[in-house]
Design a protein around this ligand. Structure first.
Ligand code: SAH
Ligand code: SF4
Ligand code: F3S
Length: 431
């Protein structure tokens, strides 16, 4: 039996897809194929965070239905499954089942049912032992919590993934050890609020916060790099920043999702911090760890965002000089508080703001990158890329490629940068 799976959305969805592949290959004898027309089971693991991908879902399902093998089943999984549920089958009656983002462990049962909908966001899979499957042998994505306890007014995620529950640290450490035994030298910890880790477990559990989890993980022999996403600026206390700075196994790249530089907008978004707190945390981080690179997420044109508010976002950009930004136009989402805000920003203004933000960032990035020429970075190689290149990342998360092949995969090398591009630097191995 053959399985095709398309994954949209964030790293948590990618890990959910790996979990589903693991369950279906181990328990049901499936093998993964690259073309949906060869598949007996087609899964689409969806994202709901903005409207666009949701509206594309139904046209994509239509294509799958038209061109698939006659008996192939189609399942819709992930965040849009959680939020639309039954409606998906109403609008696309050929869909065989709908499986929510918090019901992944039920995949091997649901494929045998017809028109089933499993979207319970209170279902607790924080201790479910999934079978093993990893797309990359060099880097292991590991969930450390499920759900999200925040109530950012723009965000649908708490409605698709439910309340936040931490996964017991013993399970996380075992998973990391297994990945290291199988050849991975890097782990990437995943959660919507990683630095809120340990606030609630599903059963009795000793008190372990995120800093302590990092300390425990870093004792694993053979594990050389630890990354994580997303930490929340609100929970960036001194203990966390100091552990980040002094623990040599933690990669020196921090994602600090700003969302807006305006304290007023942050309040309307219910982010729990101010512009000043954010800048103060950046300062603390840069004092403790001068080499850190910082990435962020920014939303423009949130309801009520004035020109002045937007200038605050540009101001934070200028002060922090982020190494990478992910920027989005606000998209109203069902079941969120902001959906009912009436002071919406004009579409044209929103487009202008997005362009202005991205233009400023490109200028900053060009200046940052220009200083990289001739520098030497320690790179961990993970992927083969076009034209006989191999790519990997520096400790501070810069993507770097060199001429080479398989023998570099899963290896560390010192690389001297010889040419600069916006998304990737090119270099040569020097040691
Ligand atoms: N837990 C993470 C975010 C996950 S969603 C955090 O708090 O940082 C990823 C990003 O999508 C968010 O950081 C935000 O910038 C963006 N996003 C979420 N909801 C959105 C919406 N309604 N419109 C536009 N962007 C949104
Ligand atoms: Fe959404 Fe906020 Fe939770 Fe992030 S912290 S997933 S933005 S509600
Ligand atoms: Fe991730 Fe999208 Fe869900 S960003 S949590 S897959 S809504």
């Amino acid at each position: 039996m053959k399985l095709f799976i398309e994954t949209l959305g964030c790293a948590m969805n990618s890990r959910d897809s790996e979990h589903m592949i693991a369950e279906l290959t181990e328990k049901e004898g499936y093998e993964v194929v690259a073309d949906f027309r060869d598949a007996d089971l087609i899964l689409i693991n969806t994202c709901s965070v903005r409207e666009k991908p949701v509206s594309k879902l139904f046209s994509e399902l239509g294509v799958f239905n038209k061109r698939k093998k006659p008996d192939a089943k189609i399942g819709v999984c992930g965040c849009t499954a959680s939020h639309l549920g039954e409606e998906i089958i109403k609008r696309a009656p050929y869909v065989n089942f709908v499986l929510g983002a918090r019901n992944v462990s039920k995949i091997s049962e649901i494929i045998h049912k017809d028109r089933a909908v499993e979207i319970d966001i209170n279902y607790d899979e924080s201790e479910f032992a999934f079978n093993d499957f990893r797309t990359s042998p060099y880097k292991a994505f590991i969930n450390i919590s499920i759900g999200c306890d925040k109530s950012c007014t723009y965000c649908i995620v708490p409605k698709t993934r439910g309340d936040e529950v931490s996964i017991p640290d013993g399970l996380i450490i075992n998973e990391a050890k297994k990945a290291v035994d199988a050849g991975a030298k890097e782990v990437f910890l995943l959660g919507q609020n990683v630095n809120n880790y340990g606030r609630r477990f599903s059963g009795e559990h000793e008190k372990v916060n995120f800093s302590e989890l990092l300390r425990r993980l870093s004792k694993i022999e053979g594990l050389e790099r630890i990354r994580f996403t997303s930490p929340h600026p609100f929970h960036m206390d001194d203990e966390f920043i100091e552990e980040f700075a002094k623990n040599p196994k933690i990669c020196k790249s921090m994602h600090m999702p700003l969302q807006s530089g305006s304290t007023k907008v942050l309040k309307d978004m219910k982010r729990g911090y101010t512009k000043e707190w954010f800048l103060n945390r950046v300062e603390k981080l840069r004092t403790e760890c001068p080499e850190v690179s910082i990435s962020t997420d920014i939303i423009v044109a949130f309801p009520g965002e004035s020109d002045e508010d937007f200038l605050d976002s540009l101001d934070v950009m200028r002060q922090v000089r982020f190494n990478q930004i992910f920027s989005f136009k606000y998209s109203a989402r069902p079941e969120t508080e902001a959906e009912h805000f009436t002071n919406t920003v004009d579409e044209e203004v929103a487009s202008h703001r997005l362009t202005a933000l991205q233009t400023l960032h490109t200028e900053i990035l060009d200046e940052i990158n220009a200083t990289s020429l001739g520098k030497i970075y320690r790179v961990y190689f993970e992927d083969l890329v076009q034209d006989f290149y191999v790519s990997g990342r520096s400790d501070d998360n810069i993507v770097i490629k060199v001429k080479g092949s398989d023998e570099l995969l899963g290896e560390f090398r010192d690389v001297k940068i010889t040419s600069i591009g916006r998304t990737i630097l090119t270099g040569e191995v020097v040691a």
